[in-house]
Design a protein around this ligand. Structure first.
Ligand code: HEC
Length: 154
């Protein structure tokens, strides 16, 4: 009886330790995808004004630009653990293995976004023309990273 209990306890411990990393990886993927959704939401607000779908509003434009910059400035180290690429975790993520095999190349792409978002935050509340002038660099920095580091089918 004691032996069975010990075995069961060992099995539970083993399950717990082998399960935890997978859950942690899924949480990291969820966190970075959520951050991307925040990028997209705030960029969408700016884009709608730039295109004229929504009337330009200085306060709303400034808020969206500030949010985008704040989100892009987050330290994302814990959101991109090794082993969370789309081969190791197929169906869960669109992150390409190149993120890790060419590291720190992705950091340059992240910096391009922070730079473009900084410029945007400096002018978004000024007027529509200034916002429009800053849009291309922001959108380009999103696409520039996705092209190299994100699977296109997601
Ligand atoms: C430094 C690289 C990088 C930059 C810059 C970047 N992205 Fe991403 N993005 C990724 C990667 C990699 C994924 C895939 C993440 C995953 O599935 O785990 C992704 C995924 C996404 C997704 C899908 C999220 C989901 O729910 O699955 C959206 C939306 C997105 N990005 C929007 C944006 C927008 C908008 C910008 C610019 C404001 C941006 N991204 C900038 C690398 C980047």
């Amino acid at each position: 009886m004691r032996a069975i209990l010990a075995t069961t306890a060992a099995a539970i411990v083993l399950t717990a330790t082998s399960f935890a990393p997978a859950q942690a990886n899924e949480a990291a993927i969820k966190a970075r995808q959520s951050l991307m959704q925040l990028y997209a939401f705030n960029l969408g607000q700016l884009g709608a004004m730039a295109k004229g779908t929504t009337d330009y509003n200085a306060e709303a434009a400034q808020a969206a630009a500030d949010n985008l910059l704040a989100a892009a400035s987050m330290n994302q180290m814990a959101m991109w653990p090794e082993g969370t690429d789309n081969e190791a975790m197929a169906g869960k993520t669109a992150a390409l293995p190149a993120i890790w095999t060419t590291y720190p190349a992705i950091a340059e792409k992240g910096k391009a976004l922070v730079d473009a978002a900084t410029t945007m935050a400096g002018v978004a509340g000024t007027d529509l023309a200034s916002l429009q002038g800053a849009m291309g660099a922001v959108g380009g920095s999103c696409g520039g990273c996705h092209k190299t580091f994100r699977a296109s089918d997601n």
